[in-house]
Design a protein around this ligand. Structure first.
Ligand SMILES: *[C@@H]1O[C@H](CO)[C@@H](O)[C@H](O)[C@H]1NC(C)=O
Length: 248
């Protein structure tokens, strides 16, 4: 009997220390009426740890600022002289200030709807462009900068539970991800390598006066890119944190 008690204590300690290895989230319970609120808090705890210097090494996320994107291609319209641009070496600052504003979950079917808010994202990149924008021949290359304020992002995803060999915990793979986003205020500009200053000023005035319209045109390309990035991010996260550690 005594031996059993000791064993139980040792086992309980072992379990506690195992749990401690997921210190960056909070566990939620599926029969909790407020599970969505709990999942929201858990997501915000995770974000807070990600923001800390050093990030979360256990998840391979040591440094998330700045978020780096290799390239994004956009095209406005589909005429022959349509404006096309490729942005490369994109560095986005501020994404780690993300907060989860709302969660709607259906645990039984592993479906989630998340609403995120990011107060401000600053972006710098190089660009190359061709075609005509605002009756200006806009071929060229140079630097792009942008500031996006009050970014709101809606994410839907559906997970698929699975088990790993020699591991009795349940993990999720990401079966489907959809996302959409809006930006309340956009300020941006280009610094062309060799454009005439007057043309550059006209261009910057144009892109800032039409920022929301341009964003709308660019959205399909941006959504496609962000969805892939998000999918990879979530796949990594869910392969390292068992789902039964999030929800029991
Ligand atoms: C995150 O927000 C804080 C407070 O508003 C701000 O000081 C900080 O610069 C932001 N971080 C980044 C990387 O933009």
């Amino acid at each position: 009997m005594e031996r059993f008690v000791i064993l139980t204590i040792v086992f309980a300690h072992l379990l506690t220390s195992l749990n401690a290895s997921y210190y960056f989230i909070e566990k939620c319970y599926r029969d909790d009426d407020d599970i969505d609120e709990c999942l929201k808090n858990s997501g915000n705890t995770l974000a807070a740890y990600l923001r800390e210097p050093g990030g979360i090494p256990e998840l391979g996320l040591e440094e998330i600022e700045p978020v780096y994107v290799d390239a994004i291609d956009i095209a406005l319209g589909d005429t022959e002289d349509a404006y096309r641009a490729t942005f490369t070496d994109i560095e986005a600052y501020g994404v780690s200030n993300i907060s989860l504003a709302r969660v709607r979950s259906d645990i039984d079917t592993y479906q989630f709807q998340l609403t995120y808010e990011i107060p401000r994202i600053k972006v710098r990149s190089s660009f190359k462009s061709s075609g005509v924008l605002l009756l200006i021949k806009a071929s060229g290359s140079g630097d792009y900068w942008g500031e996006y304020e009050n970014v709101r992002c809606k994410v839907y995803f559906k997970g698929l539970p699975y088990q790993k060999a020699n591991d009795d915990r349940t993990y999720l793979s990401v079966e489907q991800v959809k996302m959409d986003f809006s930006v309340k205020d956009i300020t941006m500009g280009v610094e062309n390598d060799n454009n005439n200053r007057v043309i550059q000023a006209a261009m910057n005035l144009f892109i800032n006066s039409n920022a929301q319209e341009l964003l709308k045109e660019m959205k399909p390309a941006l959504k496609e890119k962000f969805t892939v990035l998000l999918h990879n991010f979530m796949e990594n996260l869910f392969s390292k944190i068992p789902f039964d550690e999030w929800v029991e």
